[in-house]
Design a protein around this ligand. Structure first.
Ligand code: ASP
Length: 349
């Protein structure tokens, strides 16, 4: 399922795309309460991120604001509402990336930080590292003054039921039904910078310290002002093997730069003198919305060919944005400076 949206390359425009996980979301399989609750949560997240962007705030702050709302909402598998490990604990993964300088921060297997996205941001801004894990991440979080909670703050009775159901049904590695619910956001601010963030409890019944794609820069999260911002959800192992988020951004950058170079060459051959601004404009308009969506779909097809499922959200610094998912549905939403704001769950929306 793909949803390209039209180009809007005005410099002062901003845009925000969010997800709350992809999975077996079909009409009739989700209760009316869950449907309404998830939509309300997505809408609140869009509102929080939009407030930042419409006030002239940065893409990275908007991503953080949107994800904070989703982490606090138990409908989603991140922060409060995260899924249980096989041993009945909660282990949190999260990442943020700022496309301005490709600064990134990530944490894996954190246990006590109320909002893991804030810890990822701290790693990015207040440490020389990109990724911290386990007890070290917990210690860094406490020393940084972030709000700490008991591990059982993150769980809910419904998540416990899902773990028990999973254990009764399989002798396997994790939940074969793949009830994804990871959250993520990508934003483009009015200055043209992009950012991405992802936060998750991972997969129900994960064991042996398993870490998914979400906190891995380049797999589930990536942002680069030269190409795009991506946040993924799905069967993390496959996103890692393809390097989905980085692969999408790299293909977009290569194609846009090659096209802009070609057009500049043609213009100069016919006598035009191109200044820096003209070259920037060539790059910004090099790819159509359909071409960007084709690149996204091609990378997703590679992931599916390996046996994976899931979805991504993306946007470019030049005004393209959209979704791609290879599951029946994905909790998702989009808002932009032109006043549009929408949320959706099912594939036919
Ligand atoms: N991608 C996440 C992981 O593999 C799961 C999800 O998207 O819900 O940990």
């Amino acid at each position: 399922m793909s949803h390209p949206s039209p180009d809007s390359t005005s410099q002062s425009s901003w845009s925000l795309v969010i997800h709350g996980g992809s999975g077996q979301f079909e009409r009739g399989r989700i209760s009316a309460e869950t449907d309404a609750g998830a939509r309300a949560g997505l809408d609140r997240a869009l509102a929080a991120g939009s407030d930042v962007l419409s006030a002239g705030g940065s893409a990275i702050d908007a991503v953080q604001a949107a994800i904070l709302v989703l982490e606090d909402d138990p409908h989603f598998n991140a922060g409060h509402g995260s899924v249980y490990t096989y041993e009945g604990k909660i282990e949190l993964d999260a990442a943020v990336m700022d496309g301005t300088h490709r600064a990134a921060g990530a944490i894996a297997r954190a246990h006590h930080t109320k909002n893991p996205i804030l810890l990822a941001r701290k790693v990015m801004e207040d440490s020389p590292h990109v990724m911290l894990s386990g007890e070290g991440a917990d210690r860094f979080s406490a020393e940084s003054g972030l709000t700490q909670v008991e591990n059982d703050y993150f769980g809910t009775p419904e998540r416990l039921r899902q773990l028990e159901e999973m254990k009764a049904k399989t002798s396997g590695w994790f939940d074969i039904d793949m009830k994804y619910g990871t959250v993520g956001a990508v934003a483009r601010d009015a200055h043209g910078h992009v950012a991405a963030g992802t936060s998750t409890g991972g997969l129900t019944g994960k064991r042996y310290g398993r870490i998914g794609d979400s906190p891995l820069i380049g797999a589930g999260t990536y942002a680069d002002d030269r190409s795009c911002a991506v946040s993924a959800t799905g069967a993390g192992e496959f996103f890692i093997r393809v390097g989905v988020a980085h692969e999408i951004c790299t293909r977009i950058r290569m194609k846009a730069e090659a096209r802009a170079e070609f057009l500049a060459h043609e213009a100069e051959r016919s006598g035009a003198a191109l200044d820096e601004a003209a070259r920037t404009r060539l790059l910004a308009t090099a790819l159509s919305a359909d071409e960007v969506q084709e690149i996204v779909d091609a990378v997703m097809a590679e992931m599916v060919d390996l046996g994976g499922t899931g979805g991504i959200i993306y946007l470019t610094p030049w005004g393209h944005q959209g979704y791609a998912f290879r599951t029946p549905g994905m909790y998702r939403g989009m808002a932009s400076s032109d006043g549009a704001r929408s949320v959706a769950i099912y594939g036919d929306e």
